[in-house]
Design a binder for this molecule. Structure first.
Ligand code: IVH
Length: 587
């Protein structure tokens, strides 16, 4: 009985994990972004593999454990990989490595003494395949789903250190990683921020977004680079030989070392971990490859991973720094969140001076005080998190939970069912209005290019825009007068901004719903609602019963929608908005 119950529990957890991993895979591979850190993602995957091993009955043919990479976009022509571009198994500790070696030895019926290794840095970029015929680069493709990739030949030809011709007669395939140097990444993000464009979360996303451009001239401007690590089509005996041959052909190869034992590999890992912050490219671990290529062939693949190579991943990076202050942020829904202001420190290749704290309860639970030395963790990509306190200044927290909104001074309230505190002044709080306009202009809503946080703040502070409706009433002369003269906006950026606002007037129904900012209704639910409702008029006159028919809408979300559509201010807002915009249905 209990084992049946355990299986049921495992099944429920497994279904949740599959959903989550698929969601994060879609964001990573198809939208060039990450919502969680690599370390957190790896933990989900490890748990999935563990459950599948414990209960093989749970595994489905579509399990993320057998899929590799992305679904194929129709942005580029498909290219079939003659040999699949699969993925590496991850090791997180020494025991995982020992088990990997033992499995390989058992499979090939050899002892560990027979093995030597090629150890390489694991570059955090995106893998590509390059086909050279008679020495000329004829095709380049992304990994895609491992079997079919995207034709990015034109784009790859813009990568500075990829040779278009190589002195070799055989037809060869070269694989490696395209990445964006950290200096280029920081420069690109600074520029995007200045222009009000969305910034990239990490160099890998920036590299993927820059390579997968329809206009290869954009790729050319992004300073992408390439490290080669793999070559098919000529006979060589070891992975070390492959890398040497690649070097001879003028490819840049990632750092590598020959090791005879697993202890030597450990030393290499520690050495690379120490210097990783000094590199101008992101790495997320080191790769251990059995050096002998004949043996590699013999070992072959188990599912989506080779039996001859494994990635030893770095743990999430942590660093100590002093907590200087706590700022209070007011979100677009009025949610009050504490933000830790830190003494700036270097972490994962960037300077960190702010970290998230989810709510004031967390401050109390961790007894955080200003002046404490705290431990901050970052995993290459996502926003830094406070893990704990290293040295305390005082036993009790000195941080007082605010009682009034820092923007409009309203008394803050606690809402039923939420830990957070909120500013209830939904229609009169400047901080909420500002946060809402920033959200309204963002990519997943009206996607107004050139209108980021900085620009919205300037328009707001100058009194030109107090609500999203004002955006559609902006005239060149107003902005010229207000901003170009007083804030130093160039006339070109004013023109570009007005052109982007014009373009945003046509909007899909799902983005329109998302842009309404209904509490707890994000991109995914907006899409579901758009699929279910014929028009905005039908949605604005919906009933609770009608909403209950939508899968995935719980009671609290239904209440939020009903509250929204029955509020006169919202009805007026939607009606006014409809004077300015044109919803494209079925898009
Ligand atoms: S060998 C079967 N070597 O890591 C795949 N991969 O998680 C063999 N990567 O898909 C790949 N640096 O995109 C290899 N030195 C390196 C690498 C490397 C980065 C990437 C590659 C691969 C992923 C596996």
């Amino acid at each position: 009985m209990s084992s049946k119950l355990e299986l049921l529990r495992a099944n429920a957890e497994y279904i949740k994990l599959v959903k989550l991993i698929n969601k994060y895979d879609d964001l990573y591979y198809n939208h060039d972004t990450s919502a969680i850190s690599d370390a957190e993602y790896d933990k989900l995957r490890q748990r999935l593999l563990y459950l599948e091993e414990l209960y093989p009955i749970l595994r489905t043919p579509n399990s993320p454990s057998v899929k590799v990479g992305a679904s194929i976009s129709n942005k580029f022509s498909p290219v079939e990989h003659k040999i699949p571009m699969l993925s590496l198994e991850n090791a997180f500790n020494f025991k995982d490595l020992e088990e990997f070696i033992a499995r390989a030895c058992k499979y090939a019926n050899i002892t560990t003494e027979c093995l030597d290794y090629c150890c390489e840095q694991k570059i955090d970029g995106l893998s590509v395949s390059l086909i050279y015929e008679k020495g000329s680069l004829v095709r380049a493709s992304t990994r895609g789903n491992g079997y079919i990739g995207e034709d990015v030949t034109k784009n790859v030809k813009q990568v500075i250190n990829i040779p278009h011709e190589i002195p070799i007669v055989e037809n060869v395939e070269i694989r490696g990683e395209i990445y964006m140097p950290i200096t280029a990444f920081n420069k690109l993000n600074e520029e995007r921020q200045r222009k009000g464009k969305q910034t990239f979360v990490n160099p890998r996303n920036a590299a993927a977004g820059s390579l997968r451009q329809l206009d290869e001239r954009i790729t050319a401007k992004r300073n992408l680079c390439f490290f080669a690590y793999y070559m098919l089509g000529i006979k060589l005996t070891s992975q070390i030989n492959v890398l040497e041959k690649l070097k001879e052909l003028k490819f840049s190869v990632c750092d590598f070392e020959h090791c005879n034992t697993i202890d030597e590999f450990q030393n290499y890992f520690l050495k690379i971990k120490k210097i990783r912050n000094k590199l101008d490219y992101a790495i997320d671990g080191v790769v251990l490859k059995i050096n002998n290529l004949e043996l590699q062939n013999q070992l072959g693949f188990a599912g989506r991973n080779p039996r001859h190579s494994i990635a030893y991943k770095f743990p999430a990076e942590q660093v100590e720094t002093k907590l200087l202050n706590i700022e209070v942020n007011v979100g677009r829904s009025g949610k009050i969140t504490p933000v830790a202001i830190l003494k700036p420190v270097q972490l994962c290749g960037s300077t960190v001076s702010r970290a998230t704290l989810h709510n004031f309860k967390e401050i109390k639970n961790k007894s955080i005080s200003i002046g404490d030395v705290i431990l901050v963790e970052k995993s290459g990509d996502v926003i830094p998190k406070i893990i704990g306190i290293s040295r305390k200044k005082s036993k009790q927290t000195s941080i007082i939970v605010p009682t009034n909104c820092p923007s409009c001074a309203s008394n803050l309230v606690k809402m039923d069912g939420y830990i957070d505190i909120f500013c209830p002044n939904k229609y009169g709080c400047p901080a909420q209005a500002l946060a809402y306009i920033i959200y309204f202009a963002s990519k997943q809503c009206f996607d107004i290019n050139g209108l980021g946080k900085k620009q919205v703040e300037e328009l707001y502070n100058f009194g030109l825009v107090h609500s999203p409706i004002d955006l559609f009433n902006l005239k060149k002369s107003y902005i010229d007068f207000g901003l170009e003269l007083k804030q130093g906006w160039g006339s070109l950026s004013v023109q570009n901004l007005l052109a982007s606002i014009e373009k945003s007037r046509s909007i899909s129904f799902r983005k329109f719903i998302n842009a309404l900012g209904i509490h707890e209704i994000g991109c995914n639910l907006s899409e579901k609602i758009a699929d279910d409702f014929k028009s905005i008029d039908v949605l604005m006159s919906t009933t609770e019963e009608r909403l209950q028919c939508i899968n995935g809408l719980g009671q609290s979300k239904i209440n939020n929608i009903i509250q929204f559509v029955s509020n006169k201010i919202n009805i007026d807002f939607v009606n006014k908005l409809l004077h300015h915009v044109n919803i494209i249905y079925n898009k």
